[in-house]
Design a binder for this molecule. Sequence first.
Ligand code: ATR
Length: 265
Amino acid sequence: MITANTRLLGVFGNPVSQSLSPLIHNAAIARAGFDAVYLAFKTESANQATESIRAMGMAGANITIPFKVSIINSMDKLHVTARQIGAVNTIVNNKGILTGYNTDASGAIMALKQRTKIKGKHAVVLGAGGAARAVTYGLIQEGAMVTVANRTVSRAKALARHFSCDFVPLARAGSLAADILINTTSVGMGTNKAPIKLRHRYDVVFDIVYKPKTTELLRQAARKGAATIPGLDMLVYQAAESFRLWFGKEPDVRLMKAVAARHSQ
Ligand code: ATR
C-alpha cells in the first residue's frame, strides 16, 4: 500500500526503460512488507540524479549506464570499494548525506562463487568499462590472476595499469589459456552476436549480459563443455546487496531470481 510515509527508491540511467530493477525490488519490498516503492527515472546527467534524490528525499537509488562513473563527483561520501573501483551503482541517503557504494563487484563474485573457486584461478575479463572495473576488482580481491582483453587496447592498458594486471587485444582472448572467462562488454545484449570466438575450453564462462538469458557466448561455451553463468545471477545478487544497504534486512533472493527470470526473455 502506498501511504504518506512511503519511502521512495529508484534507478537513474539513460536509457532505463528496459531495467528489471523495479520488478525485482518491488517484489522483494512487498515480500518484506516494507512501506516503500522503487521506480525508474530517465535522467540527463549524474547531477540531475543526485539533485532529484535530495529534492524528493529518496531513501536510496541505483545508478546505471551511463552515469556510474560520473556520479562519483556528486557523492558526499564514498565507500572504499566504490572509490577503488571508480564507479557507484548504489546510493544510500542518510538524512541528506549521500553515500556511494558499488554492489556490482560483490554481485559478480557471488554469481561466480556458486560455480567455481576463485582463489588462484586465472580469469580473462572481456571489456574495459565500469563493469569490467568492478569485476576485475572483485576477482583480484578474491585472489585470482586477471588478464583484461578489450577492443580498444589503450583502455585495456589503462585498466590493467590501475589494477596491476595483464592485458591483451580482444581478438586474442578466445584462445588465451585460462580457467575463467567473463564478458563485461555489451556485445550480445538483445542480439545473437558474441564478443569473441571461443577457441580455448574455459572451465567457467560468465556473461553479464542478461537479455537474452542464454547468450551466443554462453552457447559456444556450453558446446565446449564449460560451466556457464548467466547475467541474471549478477543482476539479482547486486540488487540483493543494494536492498541490504537500504533496508538493513535480507531480501528474498529466490523470489528476486524468479521475477528476473520471468521477465528476461
Ligand atoms: P560499462 O560501464 O557498462 O562497462 P562502457 O564503459 O560503455 O560500459 O564499456 C563498454 C565495453 O563494451 C567496452 O569495453 C567496449 O569496448 P571499447 O572500449 O573498445 O569501446 C565494449 N564494447 C562495446 N561494443 C563493442 C563491440 N561491438 N565489440 C567489442 N567490444 C565492445
